[in-house]
Design a binder for this molecule. Structure first.
Ligand code: DGY
Length: 332
């Protein structure tokens, strides 16, 4: 049975797979595959471990008649055509929970770096501009006791609330597309509010939601104008949650003070105006890039493959749960 792995991943995952010599691995480790290359490479395989930039479209799924499993090396699965996968009885599995701390830590780091102008100040030192101490140089806010608005209060959002409230006594406002998570509100001094209320009252807004039709361009021109003029916007979720053009306008017109972005609307392309702005910090989708998270992601993706190809059972981290019973008998 054949498995395609589209990019280099930590050895921990490969070692799990190597315990099963019946799994023949086509392990691509170079540059990302183009859509055409992917279509060719997936042709005979029973399982694939893709990464976020691999667009697993209807065309790709249809090009793989033997495909049983898409075990994405990610928590997010917005790069996979779930409907087509389900229609073709292909399991889709992800790696939930493995990067919660890492992404929340990155969002927190971006907040501090943006407010305290760490990137700009570093540049200032390196470029020889530090000639004398100046009391008015690089002034930013103190975040302690301020209000953090979290959009998407799942595992990552809640962990960020824990860090911000526990560490800086920040007040937490949150908006979640599904429900108010009342059971943790007391622990984090968190209040469930509408997205409008959150934007109006937060000093920092962090996006930690999934990308879905409901969250696409959730942060648009109208909503950006609700934010405080000295507020910061942090995005470690998915680029299209923000209307990037509207954000550029908001930053140019000083509607908000700054933004820190780990994800972009047309990744890996970055809006050219964002690159020029000093009140913007950009990172290349690395919020989950800790050794711990990457190793755990590799293990979970490999275990999802073993579940299906070796144990003939649905993967532990099944996304299209409607397939959990339906296809198991056909696999055995
Ligand atoms: C994910 O897993 O969804 C991250 O965005 C990439 O690690």
């Amino acid at each position: 049975m054949k498995l395609l792995i589209t990019r280099k991943i930590p050895l921990a995952g490969i070692e799990i797979l190597q315990q099963f010599p019946q799994i023949e691995i086509d392990y691509r480790q170079g540059a990302p595959l183009s859509a055409e290359e992917l279509k060719k490479a997936i042709k005979d395989v029973e399982a694939i471990i893709p990464v976020i930039p691999d667009q697993i479209t209807e065309q790709i799924i249809k090009a793989a008649p033997n495909l049983k499993l898409i075990a994405t090396y990610s928590v997010g699965y917005d790069h996979i055509d779930l409907k087509t996968a389900t229609a073709h009885k292909v399991f889709v599995a992800n790696t939930p929970g493995d990067l919660t701390e890492s992404v929340a830590e990155h969002a927190f780091a971006l907040m501090l770096a943006l407010g305290r102008k760490i990137v700009e100040a570093d540049k200032y030192c390196r470029e020889g501009d530090y000639k004398y101490w100046d009391p008015m140089l690089f002034l930013g806010p103190q975040f302690s006791n301020k209000t953090l608005g979290i959009v998407g209060f799942g595992r990552i959002g809640q962990h960020l609330a824990k860090i911000a409230h526990g560490g800086l006594n920040m007040k937490i406002l949150y908006y979640d597309m599904k429900r108010c998570v009342t059971e943790v509100e007391e622990a984090y001094n968190a209040h469930c509010v509408s997205v409008e209320e959150l934007l109006q009252n937060s000093d920092v807004v962090s996006l930690n939601c999934v990308l879905s039709p409901e969250t696409h361009h959730l942060i648009n021109d109208k909503r950006l104008r609700l934010m405080k003029p000295n507020a910061y916007l942090i995005n470690t979720a998915r680029g299209p949650v923000i209307d990037e053009e509207a954000l550029v306008t908001a930053l140019k017109e000083n509607i908000i003070e700054g933004a820190a972005l780990d994800v972009f609307e047309n990744e890996p392309k970055i809006h050219p105006d964002l690159i020029k702005m000093r009140n913007v910090i950009l990172t290349p989708h690395i919020a989950s890039a800790t050794r711990e998270a990457r190793i755990q992601m590799a293990r979970m993706a490999a275990e999802n493959v073993v579940d299906v190809l070796i144990k003939n059972q649905p993967p532990k981290n099944l996304v299209n749960t409607e397939l959990s019973k339906q296809t198991i008998s056909s696999l055995i």
